[in-house]
Design a protein around this ligand. Structure first.
Ligand code: 6PG
Length: 253
């Protein structure tokens, strides 16, 4: 088991600042090579902090937003105004604060019919994300969170969605509430160039430790199934989430 590469920050705010700087430099490199960047965002509390950073100075004005295309790794089937909407959260904390062309924002329509929307969004991604890896769209960067049960995007432990190999997106269900979701599938996630997990809080430290040290059936956590074929994965943790790690050989702050 190769230990995942980790970056450990003192606080969630510092983590968000570090990632916002990285975001700005990724956009700068893409600009220098005349490329667009296809980035899939995540829901959750830590991304919200990242969005707040990106929506404030210097990033708001420094980032060349017109070469950035935004997508979502997962969404709940609720309208954008609902507090549960990942797009709604991003709109409030990021999109309304920056100048990004409307056509660069590829949202999942949480108000649509789940199966139809999974197909429609898959087609939109296939069309817009030009680079492919074994026929799967290859995102430049995917941000992911991890839930207390080890889920990531809307891929929950033991769920059918984990077995979907031939689709870009699929419909998923929250295991306890039954809420319908849409999620990118594992093959698409694992085709990305770069994947960053944003994980904070002490309550996640046990799962982080299991995955990092390869303990206790860690392979059953969907987050541990994220191993890009040709890309890189990094685990961005705050001190609390990293508190169970004894040997932090791959870490830096
Ligand atoms: C969603 C997510 C999900 C999330 C984790 C972590 O539910 O929409 O994309 O995978 O990232 O549940 O969320 P927190 O950072 O809020 O703990």
């Amino acid at each position: 088991m190769v230990r995942p590469y980790t970056r450990i920050y003192a606080t969630p705010e510092k983590l968000a600042q570090g990632l916002a700087k990285d975001f700005a430099s990724e956009v700068k490199s893409a600009e220098a090579s005349n490329k667009v960047l296809n980035i899939a965002l995540s829901g959750g509390s830590t991304p919200k902090l990242l969005f707040k950073q990106l929506a404030s100075s210097p990033f708001r004005d420094k980032v060349k937003w017109d070469i950035v295309h935004l997508y979502w790794g997962d969404e709940r089937f609720v309208p954008p105004e609902d507090p549960d909407s990942n797009y709604g959260m991003t709109r409030q904390f990021l999109l309304e604060q920056i100048e990004i062309p409307e056509e660069n924002v590829h949202r999942i329509r949480g108000e649509a019919k789940p199966e139809e929307e999974a197909d429609r969004y898959s087609q939109e991604i296939l069309k817009s994300v030009q680079e492919k890896l074994e026929k799967m769209p290859r995102f430049d960067w995917i941000f992911l969170g991890m839930g207390d049960d080890g889920h990531t995007a809307s891929l929950f432990p033991g769920s059918d969605a984990l077995g979907v190999k031939d689709k870009v997106c699929t419909v998923a269900f929250h295991p306890t509430s039954g809420q319908k979701r849409i999620t990118l599938t594992l093959p698409v996630i694992n085709s990305a160039h770069r994947i960053s997990f944003l994980v904070t809080s002490e309550k996640k430290s046990g799962i982080v430790k299991n995955i990092y040290e390869g303990l206790n059936d860690y392979q059953d956590y969907p987050a541990a199934m994220v191993n890009p074929q040709k890309g890189s994965v990094e685990w961005c943790l705050d001190n609390a989430a990293a508190s169970g790690l004894v040997d932090k050989i791959n870490s830096h702050s």
